[in-house]
Design a protein around this ligand. Structure first.
Ligand SMILES: Cc1cc2nc3c(=O)[nH]c(=O)nc-3n(C[C@H](O)[C@H](O)[C@H](O)COP(=O)(O)OP(=O)(O)OC[C@H]3O[C@@H](n4cnc5c(N)ncnc54)[C@H](O)[C@@H]3O)c2cc1C
Length: 469
């Protein structure tokens, strides 16, 4: 193996092959603390040619590769566990290669931090709408590999809707240059979509052509307190009918999730005096001519109040207040993760109309398995995407709570299946959900996925054990 490490160093330079435990530790860290990461080395290439050479070297030596972006993934997909694979970390490949504001496209390297791309777009009066809590550290390559969703999916779609072209290093080291900026291209199979959401199991994304949009203009942000999940479902078409495509975000926050966030982040201020079981954080844009937007929102909220769809609501009066609403929402993940025993997470989606029944059933089920557990429910309600993050209460010892991880996951996913939902809405399968994939997908679907993997990666060197175990 010393010879192999020397060859890696010859490709990227000594400083960019890490092997000692202190230097590699952050790259082997699995976010949830469920598994202990361990790899052969961390390699940090500077460009696509180096990625290709590394992959060829690994193929010749039968060494598996775990592609890694910002390592913010929540399903254990970006870390090796058996000491035999290298981490191929893309963070040095962080250039904006080309920005054409008039064509509404931007070509970027895979290691660009999401927030960096948003900021570059904004400087030219353009808007890159992928938006999520980890945007200060996740990378566009990781976003593409996971088909990330986030808070603006209701308006702009998931990551796969924002990508026009891709460059990918294939498992044999070949470079596929699909960096096209076309909006229409029906020349054969849509290969780009195969790699989007493949979680590093089919190849390494090295660059992408992204869609950017006109600035959405004036925005209004408001916070609603309401009595029931039924109201959360009913208010959505009310807002969509009035504001149409201008409804940018429709986020639900349960009382439990709100309390966790407020306790964790002392700087966050509770927006309303009313303590309701459910809250909504909504953002609406008014385009370039939005001067009557606030008046319209006030009318809709007043009508909804009369119809008992909400208990109270407040519209942010300035950017600082709007930011406070979002800070609450963004604090939830870290808040639940900071609790003893950390959080048992679920990222699921169900048809929007089924959300109330799903929430009722699931809240009962988790209590039966872990007495006293707190169900911090929140998420992208406009997409039917709920995050059920569990926090241990006082009735169950922490070790016992952690030992129930798989059992409670399974019970939740059974209920998801009952309502024709998805047990992996936006975070992917990684290593945590491979058993669920086998259990819940049809034989035909599994067989098709295995054949694709076998065809593209016959040596099974790309992120082995992830997605397809
Ligand atoms: C606080 C917080 C909030 C979050 N909110 C959301 C949310 O709203 N929506 C959402 O979808 N996710 C969310 N996530 C999850 C996570 O941020 C996303 O999955 C993100 O897209 C991962 O990007 P990354 O660069 O960190 O990828 P990593 O974690 O490094 O990798 C994720 C997967 O992609 C593969 N991969 C990474 N880079 C490449 C590449 N260049 N080529 C091929 N494969 C690659 C890895 O092997 C791994 O399987 C959140 C996470 C946190 C911590």
């Amino acid at each position: 193996m010393n010879e192999f490490i020397s060859q890696l160093k010859a490709i990227v330079g000594d400083a960019y092959v890490l092997t000692d435990s202190e230097a590699t530790q952050p790259y082997y860290k699995e976010y949830g603390g469920w598994l202990e990461g361990n790899g052969l080395a961390v390699v940090r290439p500077a460009d696509t040619q180096q990625v290709s050479q590394i992959v060829k070297l690994c193929a010749a030596n039968n060494v598996p590769i775990v592609p890694q972006g910002g390592n913010t993934g929540l399903v254990g997909g970006s870390v090796p566990y058996d000491g035999k694979a290298i981490v191929l970390n893309l963070s040095r490949m962080n250039k904006i290669c080309h920005f054409n504001p008039d064509d509404f496209t931007m070509t970027v390297e895979a290691g660009c931090i999401l927030e960096q791309i948003q900021n570059v777009a904004r400087e030219k009066n353009r808007y890159f709408p992928l938006s999520l809590g980890a945007q200060g550290s996740c990378q566009i390559g990781g976003n593409i590999a996971t088909n990330a969703g986030g808070i603006l999916t209701i308006r702009y779609g998931n990551c796969r809707d924002l990508v026009l072209g891709l460059e990918v290093v294939l498992p044999n080291g070949d470079i596929w240059d699909g960096l096209r900026s076309l909006r229409k291209d029906n020349t054969g199979y849509n290969l780009k979509q195969l790699f989007i959401g493949s979680e590093g199991t089919l190849g390494i994304v090295t660059a992408a052509v992204l869609k950017v949009f006109p600035d959405p203009g004036l925005r209004e942000t408001f916070f609603i307190a309401t009595e029931s999940m039924d109201n959360v479902v009913s208010l959505l078409p009310v807002l969509r009918d009035v504001f149409g495509e201008n409804l940018l975000a429709y986020e639900v926050i349960s009382r439990e999730a709100l309390d966790c966030a407020l306790e964790y982040n002392k700087a966050a201020i509770e927006p309303l005096a009313v303590r309701a079981p459910w809250n909504l954080l909504v953002e609406i844009s008014g385009g370039k001519h939005g001067q009557y937007l606030r008046q319209q929102i006030e009318e809709v909220l007043a009508n909804s109040f009369e119809k008992h769809l909400l208990n109270d609501a407040t519209i942010a009066q300035n950017a600082e207040q709007a930011r406070n609403f979002w800070v609450i929402r963004e604090s939830i993940s870290d808040a639940v993760q900071s609790r003893p025993g950390k959080s048992i997470k679920h990222d699921v989606s169900v048809p929007i109309a089924a959300m109330p029944d799903f929430v009722r059933d699931v809240t009962i089920a988790v209590q039966q398995i872990i007495p006293g557990v707190i169900a911090a429910l929140f998420g992208h309600a406009g997409d039917g995407n709920l995050h059920l993050d569990l926090v241990n209460g006082e009735e169950t010892p922490v070790d016992e709570y952690r030992s129930k991880w798989k059992q409670v996951n399974h019970a939740v996913y059974d209920i998801v299946q009952k309502y024709n939902g998805s047990f992996a809405a936006e975070h992917g399968i990684g290593v945590f959900k491979t058993d669920e994939l086998v259990a819940r997908k049809s034989t035909v679907e599994m067989e098709l996925m295995r054949k694709l993997k076998q065809t593209i990666d016959p040596q099974n060197l790309m992120n082995p054990g992830k997605v397809l175990a």
